[in-house]
Ligand binder design. Structure first.
Ligand code: NAD
Length: 414
């Protein structure tokens, strides 16, 4: 986690604690992680050599249910990074009111530098070393940056070796071995739902509204696709190679198919009609709705004045730094915070876990219906609070989340 992300999450939480008039002891309890696990991972390479990595799992809070959160494979993963993201998961699961706490972890490995067999060995070794620290009633990992359904399948198998076949140990699995229908699309679908509700609240129709989406990976590509299908005019999208802009609206279906066919990022500009965008140009376009769905900290004090959108929906985790958030609020820009806007993924992870416990597969329509109902409940609670107290959606979301975790601690005791 970057220092700005950590600093800003700390500030949002502290502000909520102030508003909730929380005492010092409770503040300390809510900030301190329940358990931090760090394991040595000596990986036997295909050529017989050994590389040593470190695996982390931080369990922040479990008062509302088992720890829940992703596993990231990236060289930048460390204890602090996992700690910050674990805390964010506690607030995210609380704001959408699903019965989970917050956890996060990963390995400080560059997955691109290893063969598939090496990654399988490394993942299974990680599970072995974590031992009973994870489990369907304890801590349920999920995919994050650098991991996907494949790694979740390996985790399921490594855990089953000593605990028996319990698919609820991990979510985001391949559908063939207990993954949920609708999980892959869930975060982008949720981004589209909250965008629609935010438009309704602002009495500005989503139909015909101009939208720019930064990031065309899992979250951004699905968000763009669902927004276009809902009638919005998606005029710009981008990925790490650059972006494409067309004021009449992009052919998002074509961009989505081309990206899916390539199995990852493509030169978007080559795949459809439109002008090429460089770097952060997309963020300053004259659109009504901006969806940053790539990286953290992309809207900061130096570029916040360039943002022209009236509505910002945080598809990524922490794309808006807190000082920039203040500036947007001063200008009357509505920001739908990450812990609400991108909670569709963890919500369907919860539905996957429920299906695994039932040993039953729900049809996709049921999954999508439950997702929409859960997010709608969260949106209504957050929006009603923000309206009645005249605060931002972010403040309202943090108040609800921090308050709910505190209530769980009060009810359960120590
Ligand atoms: P991903 O790796 O599938 O996609 C990331 C996209 O961002 C890629 O298209 C990449 O090219 C693009 N990108 C990277 N650098 C860029 C740049 N400088 N400018 C423009 N685009 C750039 O990741 P994802 O799963 O879509 O996650 C994106 C964000 O959403 C992350 O912050 C992640 O933590 C968050 N998130 C993801 C989920 C989920 O279910 N996948 C759920 C909640 C939050």
């Amino acid at each position: 986690m970057s220092s700005s992300m950590q600093r800003c999450t700390d500030r949002f939480v502290s502000d909520a604690m102030d508003r909730l008039e929380m005492d010092e002891e409770m503040r300390l309890v809510l900030r301190t992680p329940y358990r931090v696990v760090e394991v040595e991972l000596p990986l036997v390479r295909d050529d017989g050599g050994i590389s040593v990595y470190t695996g982390f799992r931080v369990q922040h809070d479990q008062n509302r249910g088992p720890f829940k959160g992703g596993l990231r494979y990236h060289p930048s993963v460390d204890r602090e990074h996992a700690l910050g993201l674990a805390q964010l998961m506690t607030w995210k699961t609380a704001v959408v009111d699903i019965p989970f706490g917050g956890g996060k972890g990963g390995i400080n490995v560059d997955p691109g530098a290893h063969s598939e067999r090496e990654l399988e060995r490394l993942t299974k070794l990680f599970v072995t070393r974590l031992g009973p620290v994870i489990g369907p009633e304890v801590d349920i990992p999920a995919p994050d940056v650098g991991t996907g359904a494949r790694e979740m399948g390996w985790i399921y198998e490594a855990y089953a070796k000593w605990a028996g076949a319990r698919p609820g140990v991990v979510t985001g699995k391949p559908v063939e071995i207990g993954g949920s229908l609708g999980r892959t699309e869930a975060t982008g679908r949720g981004v589209c739902h909250v965008t629609r509700w935010a438009c309704e609240a602002r009495e500005r129709p989503l139909e015909g509204a101009t939208v720019a989406v930064q990031g065309f990976g899992n979250v951004g590509s699905h968000a763009a696709l669902f927004l276009a299908r809902a009638g919005a005019r998606v005029v710009a999208v981008s990925n790490r190679f650059g972006g494409v802009h067309r004021s009449g609206g992009l052919d998002v279906e074509a961009l989505f198919s081309a990206t899916a066919e390539a199995g990852g990022d493509i030169q978007l500009h080559d795949a459809t009609e439109g002008e090429r965008l460089e770097g952060g140009e997309l963020l300053g376009l004259g659109v009504e709705i901006l969806v940053p769905a790539a990286l953290e900290g992309v809207i900061h004090p130096e570029n916040v004045d360039d943002v022209q959108a009236e509505l910002v929906v945080e598809g990524a985790n922490a794309p808006v730094e807190c000082e920039a958030d203040d500036a947007l609020a001063d200008r009357g820009v509505m920001v739908v915070p990450d812990i609400l806007a991108n909670a569709g993924g963890v919500t369907v992870s919860y539905l996957e876990w429920v299906q695994n416990r039932q040993r039953y597969r729900w049809p996709e329509e049921r999954v999508n219906g439950e997702l929409e109902a859960t997010l709608r409940g969260a949106w209504t609670a957050v929006h009603d609070r923000a309206t009645s107290l005249d605060t931002s959606l972010r403040d309202a979301a943090y108040d609800l989340a921090v308050g709910r975790v505190k209530t769980a601690i009060d009810l359960r005791g120590f």
